[in-house]
Design a protein around this ligand. Structure first.
Ligand code: KG4
Ligand code: ZN
Length: 340
């Protein structure tokens, strides 16, 4: 069986074809980063228009690469939310039109579930697993019980973790998305150079929640200091990245402990979403899993950020459970995983 996945929820137009025996037949991705860079962030109207201009070409290119015609597609899946609504509408309408004209099932995929299930395309991961979802729009700890069944254990009270990386990068005049650029500078820096505030320190009632705005503001204030110069950038990036990693690890450890207390038969720990591409954060979490004797999983770095593969795969997982969507499915800007 071949599933077509379409991702248009932010600034990547992405299309992939995957099979039910976990083969990747084609993966096409057009990043709109250049179109948005002069505005310092993603402009929803520009994004939606760019998706519209590129999508058909990318679907054709994917079919060509896979050596199939559109008739060879068995299921059409597209991100139905959450995300920038203009882009989500473009992907949804395209997927519905394809499904209708090809007489094939349509699956609306929740973008967060696509990140969550992505690692199962690569590794054999059974449910339930603890999921740390870290992206540009989200930072959550979830207990994934099955496809479509997620319990939120904790989430950010303010900025998403990727958003904090992006804001620090913007202040340092680094290109967007900022995460990879902050990570690159951090590699040359000393993580102990700056003493930055640890988020929600000592707040027992928030042992499972995250907060990054205080940390972000502390970093922005350091950059505003007249003494701060270009040479200080690697040290500041390294110190910031270190505290972010420690905070993610601290909350994940607590969640693992809670689940152990509840006798949850946890099969693994999964980190996914754009920030999971960060090597230092991955290493911290991997070490935590070794301490807790629990298998650690993360998508390959190239598949952490938004892509079509995760949508195709999540579409396939839902289809296998009989979860196909009606053609009057309404695309949505907000769609928490707990509502699945
Ligand atoms: O999952 P994603 O592609 O889009 C959303 O669903 O939000 O995540 C994008 C976010 C951006 O904020 C980007 O700066 C961050 O992931 N990111 C990183 C790294 N690569 C991407 N953050 C830290 N380190 C990285 N290497
Ligand atoms: Zn994403």
């Amino acid at each position: 069986m071949i599933v077509l996945g379409i991702e248009t929820s932010c600034d990547e137009t992405a299309v992939a074809l995957v099979t039910d025996d976990r083969k990747l037949l084609a993966h096409e991705l057009y990043s709109q980063v250049k179109a948005h860079s002069r505005y310092g962030g993603v402009v929803p109207e520009i994004a939606a228009r760019a998706h519209l201009e590129r999508l058909e070409m990318l679907v054709d290119a994917a079919c060509l690469k896979a050596g199939i015609s559109l008739q060879g597609v068995d299921v059409v899946a597209a991100t139905g939310g959450p995300g920038l609504i203009g882009g989500v509408i473009v992907g949804t309408v395209a997927a519905k039109a394809l499904a209708l004209s090809l007489n094939k099932p349509y699956v609306a995929v929740n973008h967060l579930e696509a990140h969550a299930l992505m690692p199962r395309f690569i590794d054999d991961i059974s449910f339930p697993f603890l999921l740390l979802l870290v992206s540009g729009g989200h930072c959550q700890l979830l207990l994934a019980r099955d496809v479509g069944q997620y319990e939120i254990m904790g989430s950010t009270m303010d900025d998403a973790v990727g958003e904090a990386f992006d804001k620090v990068a913007k202040k340092l005049c680094l290109p967007l998305p900022g995460g990879p650029h902050v990570e690159k500078l951090a590699r040359e820096g000393d993580k102990d150079a700056y003493n930055l505030p640890f988020p929600l320190k000592g707040k027992k009632e928030h042992s499972l929640n995250f907060s990054f705005s205080g940390l972000k503001t502390a970093v922005l204030n350091k950059i505003d200091d007249p003494e701060f110069g270009e040479n200080d950038m690697p040290n500041l990036c390294a110190s910031f990245q270190e505290v972010v990693g420690q905070s993610l690890e601290d909350r994940s450890r607590y969640a693992l402990m809670k689940l152990k207390e509840d006798n949850t038969d946890l099969k693994g720990f999964v980190v996914s979403g754009g920030v999971a591409a960060n090597e230092s954060i991955r290493l911290k979490l991997e070490k935590m899993c070794i301490d807790h004797k629990i298998p650690f999983f993360a998508p390959p770095v190239s598949l952490c950020t938004d892509n079509g593969v995760m949508v195709a795969w999540a579409g396939l997982e839902r289809f296998n459970k009989g979860l196909i969507s009606p053609l009057d499915f309404a695309p949505r800007p907000r769609w928490p995983l707990s509502e699945l």
